[in-house]
Design a protein around this ligand. Structure first.
Ligand code: NAP
Length: 280
C-alpha cells in the first residue's frame, strides 16, 4: 500500500536515506534503540547496524533481542542486548547508566518502544491500570531511560534523541485517549527540553508516524485498506531524521490536522463525535 498513488499523495512513502552519510554519522558510534525486539525498532536497529553503528537493543523479549544481536553481526555490524521492562523505572535508569559506562554518550537514542490500547472511556472506568501501564511504557519509562543518556550527550556536546510518536498526538480521537495522552505527554516533554538541549548541540526529533503495519496495529487494522507504511518504511523515516536532525517529521495532513485541532477545536470535536457515532 505504501507504493500506491494515494499513499504517495498522503506522504506515506519510504524516505530517501543516503547510506554513505548515515555510515559517516553513525559508523563506530553507539546507537540505542528501544522496542528493538520487533516492528519499527527492529528495522531501525538493522539499518543502524548495517551503517556500522554499535547498536544497543532494548525491549523485554530477551530471546528476540539475542536473535537480533546475531542478525546484526551476520551483516558485519555489532550489537548488545539489554532486556528491560521500561515500566520499571529503576530498571530503565539502571539500563541507561550501564549504557553510558560501557559505551559512553550515544550518537543516537531512538525512543521507539510503545504500547497502544484501543478502548472507549466507558470501557476503562474500572481499569486504571490501563492508564498506568501505558504511562509507564509510553512516557515515564522513556524519560527515566533518557535522563542519564541526555546528560552524557550534553557533556559530549553531541547526539540526538529521536522519538517515534504518532500522528494521533496532534489528532487525538475517541477510543485512543490513553494512548494519545501518554504519547503526547512524552512529546510535550521533548518540546520543552529541545531548546535546552540545542544549546548543548543535542538535537531532538519527534516523528509523528502514521499507520504502520506491525504487531501493534494488527488487531485494529489487519484487514483495513487504509494507506500504511511497512516497518522498514518507518525505519527510513528514523534514519533520514538522523541525517536531517529535523525537529518534527510528520505527514502534511498530520500537521494540518494539528493546526485545525488547535484553531477550530469545537468543529473538530463535532466531526470526531459524528465519526465515532458512525463507527460504534
Ligand atoms: N504501528 C503503528 O501503526 C504505529 C503508528 C504510529 C506510531 N507508532 C509507534 O511506533 C513505535 C513502534 O511501534 P510498532 O508498531 O513497531 O509496535 P510493536 O511491533 O508492537 O513493537 C513495540 C516494541 O516496544 C517494545 N515494548 C513494549 N512494551 C515494552 C515495555 N514495557 N518495556 C520495553 N519495551 C517494550 C516491544 O518489545 P517487548 O514486547 O519485547 O518488550 C516491541 O519491541 C511505538 O512507539 C508506537 O507507538 C506505531
Amino acid at each position: 500500500m505504501s507504493s500506491s498513488p494515494v499513499a504517495a499523495l498522503l506522504g506515506m512513502r519510504p524516505h530517501q536515506v543516503d547510506g554513505g552519510a548515515l555510515r559517516q554519522l553513525l559508523g563506530g558510534r553507539p546507537v540505542v534503540v528501544t522496542g528493538a525486539s520487533r516492528g519499527v525498532g527492529r528495522q531501525v536497529a538493522l539499518r543502524c547496524g548495517a551503517a556500522g553503528a554499535h547498536v544497543v537493543l532494548l525491549a523485554r523479549g530477551a530471546d528476540a533481542l539475542e536473535d537480533l544481536v546475531a542478525e546484526v553481526a551476520s551483516t558485519g555490524g555489532s550489537a548488545t542486548a539489554i532486556p528491560v521492562d521500561l515500566r520499571d523505572l529503576g530498571a530503565a535508569t539502571a539500563a541507561a547508566e550501564r549504557i553510558v559506562s560501557a559505551h559512553g554518550a550515544p550518537a543516537l537514542l531512538v525512543s521507539n518502544a510503545g504500547h497502544s490500547i484501543r478502548r472507549d472511556l466507558a470501557d476503562y472506568t474500572d481499569r486504571l491500570h490501563d492508564v498506568t501501564r501505558l504511562a509507564g511504557v509510553n512516557m515515564l519509562g522513556p524519560i527515566a531511560l533518557a535522563l542519564p543518556l541526555l546528560a552524557a550527550m550534553r557533556q559530549a556536546r553531541s547526539g540526538q534523541l529521536i522519538s517515534v510518536g504518532t500522528v494521533g498526538m496532534a489528532l487525538p480521537g475517541p477510543g485512543w485517549s490513553v494512548y494519545a495522552a501518554t504519547k503526547a505527554g512524552f512529546d510535550a516533554w521533548l518540546r520543552a527540553i529541545s531548546p535546552e538541549l540545542r544549546r548543548d548541540r543535542v538535537a531532538v526529533t519527534s516523528i509523528h508516524l502514521p499507520l504502520t503495519r506491525t504487531a501493534m496495529s494488527a488487531p485494529t487494522y489487519r484487514h483495513s485498506r487504509l494507506p500504511s507504511l511497512s516497518a522498514d518504511d518507518a525505519a527510513t523515516w528514523v534514519c533520514r531524521a538522523a541525517l536531517t536532525r529535523s525537529r518534527v517529521v510528520s505527514p502534511w495532513w498530520g500537521r494540518l490536522g494539528g493546526v485545525a485541532t488547535s484553531a477550530l477545536p469545537s468543529l473538530v470535536d463535532r466531526i470526531s463525535t459524528a465519526a465515532w457515532r458512525r463507527a460504534s
